[in-house]
Design a protein around this ligand. Sequence first.
Ligand SMILES: N[C@@H](CCC=O)C(=O)O
Length: 554
Amino acid sequence: MYRALASRAKSLCDNKSSTFLASFTSSRLKHSLPFATVDAEEISGSHPGEVQSFVQGKWIGSSNYNTLLDPLNGEPFIKVSEVEESGVQPFVESLSQCPKHGLHNPFKSPERYLLYGDISTKAAHMLALPKVSDFFTRLIQRVAPKSYQQAEGEVFVTRKFLENFCGDQVRFLARSFAVPGNHLGQQSHGYRWPYGPVTIVTPFNFPLEIPLLQLMGALYMGNKPLLKVDSKVSIVMEQMMRLLHYCGLPLEDVDFINSDGKTMNKILLEANPRMTLFTGSSRVAEKLALDLKGRIRLEDAGFDWKVLGPDVQEVDYVAWVCDQDAYACSGQKCSAQSMLFMHENWGKTPLVSKLKDLAGRRKLEDLTIGPVLTFTTEAMLEHMENLLQIPNSKLLFGGKPLKNHSIPSIYGALEPTAVYVPIEEILKDNKTYELVTKEIFGPFQIVTEYKKDQLPLVLDALEKMHAHLTAAVVSNDPIFIQAMIGNSVNGTTYAGLRGRTTGAPQNHWFGPAGDPRGAGIGTPEAIKLVWSCHREIIYDYGPIPHGWELPAST
Ligand SMILES: N[C@@H](CCC=O)C(=O)O
């Protein structure tokens, strides 16, 4: 039945957008979505969802299934049909068909900039429909368990991003500039040029926001992307691909692959994409940087920090933001607060006890705390025990496995946890520093306190970090903010009393700084930086100066 609807949807999609939208209000489609092949609520051990790959304009299956366990009850609930090493050829060929100058550029098929404005308009309208938004929200929750509000936030950011690139906004991304030359007829023009064949590799924690924003950015600038999303959550983007096709995405513009890392590595080496955007762990990022000879942009790990300045205000509000930053999505955001530096003035307030109470409100039933997909409970507890060996460190709260649940043991289940480590100890030697700043992608943070004359120690700790994604300077003291910002590098830094580390919407550049390979996501600047390069055309039409004579050779 879904297939029949999908083909009806295809013909709808060829019609004008009024018909397209009207189709959603017709009673005929009230009970299902014309693009979807799964029902987010129904996926289960007895009705497993299936995920396919898409190449050269066709959905393809394979007999090689990666069966995923429901993170909440361990039932095998999704079958991802993964491409094996022997099946990479169609993907390699498809990428190779795209020339280096891309599918469009300012001198070739410029109407495609407008096409992408239209696709964005339609896709944004779709995501604005409560039924579609709920579908993606629930689907995200099924595979990357987080609260309804957090998952819905992801859908909302995605929709707003698409709204930002409606109408002429895609062509404005490719705006060029001209500089007068040295003589009549000469002018230099700077253009934004695509890379052509590109790949996008994205993680599990934002199953829709990260891949969709990067995918559309790549397409807007004229590239042909091959997209790979972590198989654990790729069902979300698989359904989004179907929505995009429904909204007019040309079938040959994007390939979508499910495979293990080894197979993807083989494709990357054989297809030789001109650019790869990788969002994920630093370990894989460094390997890819070598394999791809530097043709890569990275949004890798974030051991993100927050510094509370000397001016104490609005303790309840600041405690609430700390709780959200450290523990929303069970701490599995690349922007999550991993380390909190409190000025001693905050140490005298009930901030930590308020934080403990707020963390204590989180519960599995509404997924305000939930499964950790890349660390087991034991691994997190072991890390905690190692930290507690540091002299004068202590457990502030949490530190126990979640109770009464059926989260499978391949995943983690830990109470929101905070460990205090004295600042002098953190900086005592490299080994301790490495231990304290090890990123735990879960509901886990380090808290420390500094005295007013210990700010240099805080800055020293920040300087030693190896990834610089998000940060927050919580203070309304301009001199303090100036010192903190002037002596640090994080790419997305919030400054002021309401400073946070997470929840960057589409209108904030999100990405690391301090690394020439650093990627960005969300804004026009991020799209232009990641998905296009500069090309300069110097027009030099003449005329040749009157009376020109052959000069001596130089
Ligand atoms: N908007 C998300 C990050 C998306 C990642 O690339 C956040 O702020 O945590």
